[in-house]
Write a protein that binds this ligand. Structure first.
Ligand SMILES: Cc1ncc(C[n+]2csc(CCOP(=O)(O)OP(=O)(O)O)c2C)c(N)n1
Ligand SMILES: [Mg+2]
Length: 330
């Protein structure tokens, strides 16, 4: 990738490492638990899990704060958690309860929290990239240094909306970052069959922006590439396309039989897992002790347990609630 390595791209240390591990562990524990809870039949609607892809959302959002916006996808829980959306409110939303982030009316695919700059999970494949052209333009006009990031999949990379958004972001020199999470499949369709270029990042050249490919199992690689892209955007250098190559651990949606793939998930879990690699690297380097990380695991397990308990105990929206939240006043 072109451009200089800024302070934003410096490898994290100390408390930042623990925070990154906590975020990744929270996403993993959240998704593993939603997988179990969905099987009970008590979660309404469709659920698409992000487990396996944690290093992407975490490595990118580590560079963002509340003034920055992200647009997510149908596989949005990890993006929400990494951007700071309340985990208990998310769980309640997924269970369809009034205490949820959207009062229980949105469910998994519509979790949003504008106070955190989380524009929303999105059931429309390719729906996110145009949204961030709007928030990035607002940031540019306000001159507040805000950056907007769109996460989207390999399937969404073929959508006209995504290509139009990248073109517009370049033409307007917007403070935007396009993060293509290439997990190899759009539903059951392999990207090697459906994506015309060898790499999604290669398409960046067609829009006059830098494109970079990153190992999505490696938090540090994502963190470095995203740091450069976010810094470039903040400093007025325009948009970047970052392609993160990774694997989703569960099916496309909960209930997917996954007859279209072999043992690649088992291989990834065994040899590539982002949490295991992170733990090995920081403990072997003496940066964080194993016991400190164990303590984070325990804290996260307690949080998820409480989130499920509170969600199950909360009330569902009533008929009266049908008449509220229909229109938004600005
Ligand atoms: C505009 C639109 N077309 C089709 C769909 C149906 N659909 C939902 S998810 C999906 C695949 C998306 O694949 P990808 O972008 O690679 O994301 P991933 O599921 O792998 O995270 C499709 C085709 C949709 N939701 N919206
Ligand atoms: Mg995909």
């Amino acid at each position: 990738m072109t451009g200089t390595v800024s302070e934003h791209a410096a490898a994290p240390a100390g408390a930042d490492l623990v925070a990154a591990y906590r975020t990744m562990r929270t996403i993993r524990a959240f998704e593993d638990r939603v997988h179990e809870e969905f099987a009970t039949g008590d979660i309404p609607g469709f659920v698409h899990l992000y487990a396996g892809e944690e290093a992407s959302a975490t490595g990118v959002c580590a560079h963002l704060d509340d003034r920055d916006s992200i647009a997510s996808t149908h596989r949005g829980h990890g993006h929400c958690i990494a951007k700071g959306v309340d985990v208990k409110a998310m769980m309640a939303e997924i269970f369809g309860r009034r205490t949820g982030s959207c009062n229980g009316k949105g469910g998994s695919m519509h979790i949003a929290d504008l106070s955190k700059g989380m524009l929303g999970a999105n059931g429309i494949v390719g729906g996110g990239p145009p949204l961030i052209c709007g928030t990035a333009l607002a940031g540019k006009l306000a001159g507040d240094g805000a950056v907007s990031v769109a996460f989207f999949g390999d399937g969404a990379s073929n959508q006209g909306t995504t290509l139009e958004a990248m073109n517009l972001a370049s033409v307007w020199n917007l403070p935007a970052v396009f993060v293509a999470e290439n997990n190899g499949y759009a539903e059951a369709t392999a990207s090697r069959w459906s994506v015309a270029s060898d790499n999604i990042a290669d398409r960046a050249a067609g829009f006059g922006m830098p494109g970079v490919i990153v190992d999505g199992f490696d938090f540090f690689a994502v963190h470095e590439a995203a740091g450069e892209a976010v810094a470039r955007a903040r400093e007025g250098g325009g948009p970047t396309l970052v392609e993160v190559k990774l694997t989703r651990y569960y099916g496309h949606f909960e209930g997917d039989q996954q007859s279209y793939r072999g043992d690649e998930v088992a291989q990834a879990r065994r040899g590539l897992d982002c949490l295991a690699r992170f733990r090995a690297r920081v403990t072997e380097a003496g940066q964080v002790s194993a016991s400190r990380l164990d303590a984070v695991d325990a804290e996260v397990a307690a949080l998820i347990e409480a989130a499920v308990g509170e969600a199950r105990a909360a009330a569902r929206p009533s008929e009266v609630d049908l008449e509220t939240d229909v229109y938004v006043s600005y």
